[in-house]
Write a protein that binds this ligand. Structure first.
Ligand code: HEM
Length: 226
């Protein structure tokens, strides 16, 4: 997808962290959108077992992030965090529908290293968690599209698609609200840089998890701990 216009001039780009995040990560979005797992999901080439395995890794990532956001003592993280932006419950419901017990989900090595990094970031540099939340929350924009493609392919309507359809018809307004809340945060230049770096690390983390999961599903690699 072409880079959509996010701002009307340099002055606005310089002040809005939401626009800065988009401008500074769109190259990685292009990669994410054209990743092998995303392409196969959208084409309906993954079965229910593979889809459940994908949701399982996302579950581990969201659970780690949400625990860290809820425990963070940083004012900016607290200002942005809210219960209605949490996705773990929807992922648990989808996994249960797909006959997977969330407690049985094993991380692939890239998931383990990414969730370890989230936990380290929460200790050393909690403001940067905002960059992680931006990427995962932003991914809800493409998730509705993926749900429309894989729902019919996998014979799923609501159950099994709760995470992908997170905000349903309220997607655009929920995302717009999240971005305006981002823009009200009082972030120093240094904090902004750390948030952007964390957003880039998150895109890379998701990319690595997705490609490693395909290797595990193909039997070329074992998940951690097995
Ligand atoms: C098939 C895969 C994907 C499709 C079709 C897709 C599509 C989209 C679309 C249509 C938007 C809205 C763009 C706009 O109007 O401004 C968007 C935004 C976004 N997507 Fe994706 N996406 C995909 C995968 C991903 C993945 C895997 C991630 C991250 C892990 C991601 C993260 C984001 C973020 C952070 C934004 C917000 C950009 C901004 O407005 O700041 N996307 N995506």
């Amino acid at each position: 997808m072409q880079h959509p216009t996010t701002h009307t001039g340099d002055a606005e780009a310089a002040t809005g962290i939401a626009a800065t995040l988009k401008d500074s990560t769109w190259d990685l979005h292009q990669q994410a959108e054209s990743g092998e797992l995303q392409k196969r999901l959208v084409k309906g080439e993954l079965g229910k077992h593979e889809y459940a395995a994908h949701l399982g890794q996302l579950y581990l990532v969201h659970r780690t992030l949400e625990n860290c956001l809820d425990a963070a003592l940083c004012d900016q993280v607290k200002a942005l965090n809210s219960e209605d932006l949490h996705h773990t419950g929807k992922l648990e419901a989808d996994l249960a529908h797909l006959s997977t017990d969330p407690a049985d989900v094993k991380p692939v090595p890239a998931t383990e290293s990414f969730t370890d990094w989230i936990e380290d970031t929460a200790k050393d540099n909690p403001t940067a968690l905002i960059g992680v939340q931006y990427v995962l929350e932003g991914s809800t924009n493409g998730n509705g599209y993926i749900a429309r493609k894989i729902g019919p392919a996998l014979g799923l309507e609501e159950d099994g698609l709760r995470y992908l359809k997170s905000y349903g018809p309220a997607q655009r307004e929920t995302w717009a609200r999240f971005k305006s809340r981002l823009d009200t945060l009082d972030l120093s230049d240094d904090a902004r840089e750390r948030v952007v770096a964390a957003a880039r690390r998150t895109f890379e983390g998701v990319r690595d998890i997705n490609s490693e999961l395909l290797e595990v599903l193909a039997g070329h690699k074992k998940p951690t701990g097995v």
